[in-house]
Design a binder for this molecule. Structure first.
Ligand SMILES: Nc1ncnc2c1ncn2[C@@H]1O[C@H](COP(=O)(O)OP(=O)(O)OP(=O)(O)O)[C@@H](O)[C@H]1O
Length: 751
């Protein structure tokens, strides 16, 4: 009885405290809104500088308001009671009273680290860790870990109740953050230092995606100034996946990350997945870089013999020797094709002008300097000269170069002496077909070797780069100056150093780093996070390495889940060419998603198929064993419709995915849509669609409450099938797995 009273009192105490935090959040919002209104009411009057400063402040307040609005749900989730007697609340952002008394610590701050790291073995000064379980703004429950030596237990889960509640909750089709229940092995990775390449290897459901996203938020918090201007790029496997994770970073108060699939890494190109695995493998080979380089070199041509050029009635001759000399000198500048072309053209125009001068002198006696400049213009504007020079060295876009390389057999043959005819046939594409993800690195390689078409934009860029270097050098001083200017203009101290840094950026261009980075192929990101990284080909890695010259990467994936033929078989093999020994490996060992019965069946299947998988320990048992239904030939879809009511019933409103070999997806979708109408969707599903039909590749990275898997053996042995595909598909459910098969059930699944 006494205990119940004190538990109730504790809950009431936390409710009061949390209400105070929300009150402070509301005050800050109102304040920022007022500041924003004040700035906006200034209107478009005053000097250009005044107007642009006002715009910059307006954007800054808008950003801060958006952040304050985004953290409303479950604002606070933890409390630490320390040996020193201090209590520390941990939440999505830091909050202080108006007179700077700390109310809540941002989860990413160093003082919050012990919330995730302290264990009964190593208390790190923590007496008690409390999880506050909120629904919206209301504290529903508290759960304590008393870190006392007498409470040692073996499995060391932190906030087990809160964790299991999160894991058992129904999926919504969109990933949630795990900020309240990050486990110690995950936290160590999230807070690992930024430099170098960090590889996070982990089996299905070990929280790799969650860790990658929280690490992005952590790095942005810890290295705000640097990353705000350089930006962070997050690369994921598919549009469905990006949609699935899109809410996590905003819920952590971060909106400045550029999110992209591999098909969208080149601005202006939106590529589709490559469906032919053999093509993906071939285009993904590192040796394709040489093919593109050869293709560029082959477009710097030498004419077969001397060529006559008519310039205003005088016939000049362009010889192969002249062209070779000019080409070699242009190449020796080391500039990309389109820029080096300027040198090439300049040399030949000069030589042709000399020829013209000589020819005229021979026919009508010596001229003077004025004549000569006039003659240069005659040569430059002569149609014959223009055509001849273009035939030798044409300005090219990446799309032109790669488009022609992959559609004209003669071009392809000239650039691929090492390939067989069969391989070349694989590379040939219809010029009107859409670009695929496997083409993007080739286009990017080409863009690198060609340079911009408009050479003046290259000059602009180099000027911009100089300007940026100067800005970085001046950044600290400008922060100090700005701070003083703000104080002088009466704006209160709630403007943080981060706000000021953001202000600097905004003032410079009015675009956020993320917006500029997303539209600039040559943008150098401060950090890149790659999810499902095992799928990347060598050429895709080359592209990503170019996007981050500092080589600061977080790479998460599972070698055992590789399903792309171009993907990785060992991290070492993939990363060594780029990062030599500057990469480190961390492993995640606990499976939070899949109940033990299903996880074990997936591991047995993989082992029986000869795939060595790391088998993470499942954190919980499920209510069901995997269910297997053998079906008579032709009865697959009928059986699917028959089991659907039972599955939907068992999931009780949860999300159900039907995962099928690609060639069966459409018929299954149609059959289900005939019965369930608009409840049937594609991809990750959404709030109003609780049934999804997808192929195994699209299912990568996603999760569902229940999965019905059609023809598992086809996923294993199909045309593009791989053990990884079936392994991925079997490890998507959080509750229930059912397999329907006309064919054989792959060995190992049945225990
Ligand atoms: N510490 C945690 N607290 C609560 N939920 C967690 C935690 N860690 C992971 N999860 C949940 O476990 C599930 C699996 O996580 P995630 O998708 O990040 O795994 P993954 O390793 O990327 O999986 P896969 O490789 O199979 O795609 C998600 O629902 C995630 O929210």
């Amino acid at each position: 009885m006494q205990e119940a009273v004190s538990a109730h009192a504790e809950l009431e105490h936390e409710r009061d405290y949390v209400a105070g935090l929300y009150q402070r959040l509301d005050e800050l919002r109102a304040e920022k809104q007022q500041q924003l209104d004040r700035v906006r009411s200034g209107g478009a009057v005053g000097t250009m500088q005044n107007i642009s400063e006002r715009d910059a402040f307006a954007t800054m307040y808008e950003d801060r308001l958006a952040q304050l609005n985004a953290v409303d749900d479950r604002l606070v989730f933890g409390r630490l009671d320390l040996d020193s007697g201090e209590s520390r609340y941990i939440g999505r952002i830091g909050l202080s009273t108006a007179d700077l008394q700390r109310l809540m610590v941002d989860w990413r701050a160093p003082e919050a680290g012990v919330f995730y790291q302290a264990t009964a073995f190593e208390r790190q000064g923590v007496r008690r860790r409390r999880h506050l379980i909120l629904k919206g703004r209301e504290v529903k429950a508290v759960e304590d870990d008393v870190l006392d030596a007498s409470m040692l237990d073996s499995d060391n889960l932190q906030g087990e109740g809160a964790l299991l509640a999160a894991l058992n909750s129904k999926r919504t089709g969109q990933m949630s953050d795990i900020v309240g229940t990050i486990q110690a092995e995950q936290d160590r990775i999230i807070r690992s230092p930024m430099p170098g390449v960090l590889v996070v290897q982990g089996g299905p459901g070990t929280g790799k995606t969650a860790v990658a996203l929280h690490r992005a938020a952590y790095l942005l918090y810890m290295h705000r100034e640097r990353l705000k201007s350089a930006g962070v790029l997050l690369v994921g496997p598919s549009n469905s996946f990006m949609k699935y994770i899109e809410r996590v970073l905003p819920s952590l108060g971060e909106t400045g990350v550029v999110m992209s699939t591999l098909g969208k890494l080149m601005p202006g190109i939106s590529a589709v997945p490559e469906s032919n695995q053999a093509v993906a493998e071939l285009k993904g080979r590192a040796s394709m870089a040489k093919v593109v380089a050869r293709a560029v070199a082959n477009r710097q041509r030498i004419p077969a013999g001397p060529r006559k050029l008519n310039v205003e009635g005088t016939i000049l001759t362009l010889t192969p020797k002249q062209v070779i000399r000019a080409r070699d000198r242009a190449r020796s500048t080391g500039k990309p094709h389109n820029e080096a072309r300027t040198t090439f053209v300049k040399i030949l125009l000069r030589e042709l002008t000399e020829q013209l001068t000589q020819a005229l002198e021979e026919s009508s006696g010596p001229g003077n300097n004025a004549d000569r400049s006039y003659l240069t213009e005659d040569v430059r504007t002569s149609r014959d000269v223009r055509v001849a020079l273009n035939l030798c060295w044409m300005p090219l876009t990446p799309e032109q170069l790669i488009g022609e390389l992959l559609s004209k057999p003669a071009h392809l043959e000239g650039a691929t002496p090492q390939l067989s005819d069969a391989e070349r046939a694989l590379l040939l594409r219809d010029p009107s077909a859409p670009w695929t993800e496997a083409d993007v690195p080739l286009l990017d390689e080409a863009a690198e070797l060609l340079g911009p078409m408009d050479v003046s934009s290259a000059r602009d860029k180099s000027q911009r780069e100089h300007q940026r270097a100067r800005d970085v050098a001046n950044a600290e001083q400008s922060l100090v100056n700005l701070d003083e200017a703000l104080k002088a203009s009466g704006i209160d101290g709630l403007v943080s150093a981060e706000d000021l840094a953001a202000h600097n950026q905004i003032q410079e261009t009015r675009f956020t780093a993320a917006e500029r980075a997303a539209s600039d192929r040559t943008w150098a990101f401060g950090h890149i996070v790659v999810d499902e990284a095992q799928e990347l080909s060598a050429m895709q890695w080359r592209l990503l390495m170019r996007r981050c010259p500092l080589k600061s990467f977080t790479v998460v994936g599972d070698i055992a889940q590789t399903s792309s033929a171009a993907g990785a078989h060992s991290w070492q093999q993939v990363l060594e060419p780029f990062a030599q020994d500057r990469w480190r490996l961390e492993e995640l060992t606990v499976n939070y998603r899949t109940p033990s019965q299903i996880a074990e069946a997936a591991v047995r299947m993989a082992n029986a198929a000869g795939l060595v998988v790391s088998a993470p320990k499942a954190v919980r048992d499920g209510n069901w064993e995997p269910i297997i239904d053998k079906v008579d030939d032709g009865g697959l879809l009928g059986k699917l419709l028959e089991v659907m009511p039972e599955e939907l019933d068992a999931l009780d409103g949860g999300l159900l995915a039907v995962i099928a070999p690609d060639h069966r997806v459409e018929e299954a979708r149609k059959a289900l849509a005939a019965v369930y109408g608009s409840r049937v969707g594609a991809g990750a599903g959404g709030l109003d669609q609780d049934i999804t039909v997808i192929g195994p590749k699209e299912a990568k990275g996603l999760e569902f409450d229940g999965v019905v898997l059609l023809e598992p053996a086809e996923l294993l042995d199909g045309v593009s099938g791989k053990v990884g595909d079936l392994y991925v598909a079997m490890t998507r459910p959080t509750q229930r797995l059912r397999l329907l098969a006309e064919g054989d059930i792959p060995p190992g699944i049945e225990g």
